[in-house]
Design a protein around this ligand. Structure first.
Ligand code: CTP
Length: 392
């Protein structure tokens, strides 16, 4: 296996030498890319001697003449690890800036990205850094959180590079689980639906599609062939996921039933509108002094229809409930003929609609349940697939 180790200019750069060795012990061929600032702390000679591989430093470096190293290295890598990752490097990665070899290589890479930040605690807490970390994590990067403690600049707080064993474990987990769902077809419904009132207005809900996107990303990471039937949502999907866009529940129903043929896993993460407007007006409804009555007719239950049409698939639903009582979710699971249902208590802060975090209770048909911690939606999605794979 090949790892690209990006080293940026933190005092912790000296610890990247140990990390390179430990990654080699874990079976990786390690090729190191140093930023200019990293070279103020550590040298090319150190890493070339340690790894037995050439280092990349300048965007136009070509260890093999005529071959574009940023593309070659990005293609050959099984994983890209940036440790230590400084605030500047994280912010450039989040913005998609490619103004040196490391950031250019990361832009050219489709491989898993593991980031181990190390910096002054204030720089870590800065809104720009936190926003970049959130964005990178949303895109699927694995963040190995820095530790609390005294940092080299004399301050105390969160900013110390995580331990080398912890970084190596995160890298191994990222690459080693990537074939568990190989050859498996996963279909996910995601986001809200929109039910038109007239040609310019609609009924919808607060779903952002972030959980569906995280589930798709995690399944892709596990090697699955992933299709998402996505309502109009803001969350992005990583390349490699096939995204089928729909607006209404009826469209989602029709497309999902076709897409799910032969699926091994079907996940209903969409917040489907339960009703559509039966007396929809074409054109634009005009304001009058009278009351306006909308007639709402029930939409099909998509996940129930998917479960009925695909008896060979493992079908899992979601249930956003304003309560911690799991009996409501359990009843839904039975009613819809599901293998399991992931309940989240949306009466609690940080869980459910349009948040970056979530906490799930996964309830199985036999009544057993397992609960996650409060985690980022990406971590929650990885937890979700771990549990489903254990049980199915
Ligand atoms: N679901 C669906 N089609 C619908 C409604 C819900 O596929 N028309 C799916 C959701 O994607 C989710 C699960 O069913 O996986 C539970 O959704 P939820 O809205 O909680 O359940 P409802 O059936 O709408 O029940 P209630 O209105 O009682 O909450």
């Amino acid at each position: 296996m090949n790892a690209v180790l990006g080293v940026s200019g933190s005092i912790a750069a000296y610890r990247a030498a140990d990390l390179a060795r430990e990654l080699m012990r874990a079976g990786f061929t390690v090729r190191v890319c140093l930023t200019d600032a990293a070279q103020e702390f550590v040298s090319v000679a150190l890493f070339e001697a340690l790894t037995g591989q050439p280092c990349l430093i300048d965007t136009f470096d070509e260890p093999e003449r005529g071959r574009m190293a940023h593309i070659d290295w990005a293609r050959a890598a099984d994983v890209v690890v940036v440790a230590p990752a400084t605030a500047n490097t994280l912010n450039r990665l989040a913005a998609g800036v490619g103004d040196d070899m490391l950031t250019t290589l990361c832009l050219a890479s489709t491989r898993p990205l593991v980031l181990a930040p190390a910096m002054n605690p204030q720089m870590y807490l800065h809104e720009a850094t936190q926003a970049s970390l959130a964005l990178l994590e949303e895109r699927g990067a694995v963040i190995v959180e820095p530790l609390e403690g005294d940092v080299a600049c004399g301050e105390s707080g969160q900013g110390k590079l995580a331990s080398i064993p912890e970084i190596v474990a995160a890298v191994l987990e990222t690459v080693s689980v990537s074939t568990v769902l190989k050859g498996k077809k996963v279909v996910i419904t995601s986001g809200p639906t929109r039910e038109p009132i007239d040609d310019v207005r609609y009924i919808t809900n607060r779903s952002s599609g972030k959980m569906g996107s995280a589930l798709a990303r995690a399944a892709l990471r596990l090697g699955a062939d992933v299709t998402v039937v996505a309502g109009p949502q803001t969350a992005r999907f990583p390349s490699g996921v096939s995204v089928l866009r729909v607006e209404t529940a009826q469209e989602m129903h029709d497309l999902a039933l076709t897409a799910a043929k032969g699926a091994d896993y079907i996940v209903g993460a969409a917040a489907v509108a339960d009703y559509h407007v039966a007396n929809r007006t074409s054109g634009k409804l005009r304001r009058t002094a009278e009351n306006l009555e909308l007639v709402l007719s029930p939409n099909p239950d998509i996940i129930a229809a998917l479960a009925a049409a695909n008896p060979g698939a493992t079908v899992i639903g979601f249930a956003a409930e304003p309560t911690s009582d799991l009996s409501v979710a359990q009843a839904k699971l039975k009613r819809k003929g599901l293998f399991a249902i992931a309940a989240n208590d949306v009466s609690q802060a940080g869980q459910g609609f349009d948040t970056d975090t979530n906490k799930l209770d996964l309830v199985f048909a036999d009544g057993r349940s397992v609960s996650s911690e409060m985690m980022s939606k990406n971590q929650c999605a990885r937890w979700f697939w771990d549990q489903i794979l254990k049980e199915s």
